[in-house]
Design a protein around this ligand. Structure first.
Ligand SMILES: Nc1ncnc2c1ncn2[C@@H]1O[C@H](COP(=O)(O)OP(=O)(O)OP(=O)(O)O)[C@@H](O)[C@H]1O
Ligand SMILES: [Mg+2]
Length: 324
């Protein structure tokens, strides 16, 4: 099966992700898939939470933190500003504390506590995750293509349960902290405060959202998760290890795409010696890929003469991925 056939065979597949080690072509294929689907008349959103703004690079347009920007008819791209998201979340907590206790100004201890909590990686991941959930559940698009960060990180997003655990810990801590302030404030105001369960409600809402999205991301019918690899021994090994990890987290893999294959046909032409060697050194890994991932390779993309930026190059990659 090739990518076109995979999509045709899975009409409910509206979430597409390319995973893999750093620098192998995830962003390139995300853009190419978005281009292809938009050309087919679909409304497509390709988005990332990568602070490196690589979608801006590939589309040659500054879209960071600007919401969904239309690149061409039907193709929208969005780079979520995760830092701002964390910042907003912090501001929200402060606002609630102010409202709840009727402070004019947040006491310094609380201020520094919130700052520390926001600096936690868990807080950042959760804020990012929340942003992704927001984007994905707008339901405005026919396809959502999530341009993932390199492997380790991607796993983190996908292993919702671990994020959820960290969320609970964070919020439980926050709750305990707030209760301490509750007591201080009560003493100051010499009155009894009633315990609100606002935070618990929020927790339940988060749980609902995470369960919902985790059920989507691990649903093989709705989500196509494709691994990008290149014909190199190390990459093959890493990909296999990652594949095992993903299946442990219950994330099904829909196929593998091999990138940067140097065409054998070039051997018949006048080419420099180093290129000849590179072609030869790809043979064994390519054979191994065909063997180890038998029946699961859904695309092979050649190495181009230059980096993939701009719609014209993206279009060429898309033709290789999906056919003319
Ligand atoms: N087939 C190809 N031919 C030529 N250049 C390519 C090809 N595929 C990818 N590239 C180039 O390789 C670089 C890395 O690709 P890309 O940014 O898509 O990788 P990535 O997996 O998204 O990286 P990261 O893990 O950093 O997000 C880019 O400069 C891209 O233009
Ligand atoms: Mg990338």
């Amino acid at each position: 099966m090739n990518l076109t056939q995979v999509l045709a065979a899975n009409p409910k597949m509206k979430y597409i992700m390319f995973g893999g080690k750093g620098g192998l072509g995830k962003t390139t294929f995300s853009a190419a898939a978005a281009y292809h689907l938009a050309q087919q008349g679909h409304k497509v959103l390709v988005f990332s939470v990568d602070p490196q703004a690589s979608l801006s690079d590939i589309f040659q347009k500054d879209i960071f933190g600007k919401g969904a920007v239309e690149i061409m008819p039907g193709l929208f791209a969005q780079e979520i500003d995760a830092d701002r998201r964390v910042h907003d979340y912090q501001a929200e907590i402060k606002k609630r504390i102010l409202e709840r206790y009727g402070f004019e100004k947040i006491p310094d201890e609380i201020e520094s506590y919130i700052a520390a909590a926001a600096a936690e990686p868990a807080m950042e991941e959760s804020a990012i995750f929340d942003a992704v959930v927001d984007v994905v559940f707008t339901g405005e698009y026919d396809y959502y293509i999530y341009d993932l960060v390199p492997l380790g990180h991607a796993l983190y997003y996908l292993s919702m349960s671990s994020i959820y655990d960290q969320w609970i810990n964070k919020i439980t801590e926050l709750r305990a902290e707030m209760q301490r302030y509750d007591r201080v404030v009560s003493r100051m105001k010499s009155e009894k405060q009633s315990e609100e369960d606002e935070i618990l409600n929020e927790l339940q809402e988060i749980r609902r959202r995470i369960n919902l999205s985790s059920s989507v991301f691990t649903d093989k019918e709705k989500t196509g998760f494709f691994f990008v690899l290149t014909p190199e021994e190390m990459t093959i090994l890493d990909t296999q290890k990652a594949g095992e990890l993903f299946s442990k987290f219950g994330v099904p893999i829909s196929g593998y795409v091999v990138n940067r294959v140097i065409p054998e046909g070039l051997l018949k032409e006048q080419i420099p010696e180093y290129l000849r060697h590179r072609i030869e050194s790809q043979r064994a890994p390519l054979a191994r890929i065909e063997q180890d991932f038998a029946g699961q390779v859904v695309g092979r993309v050649p190495e181009f003469e230059r980096d993939i930026t701009g719609l014209e190059m993206i279009s060429r990659v898309s033709t290789q991925l999906f056919g003319p």
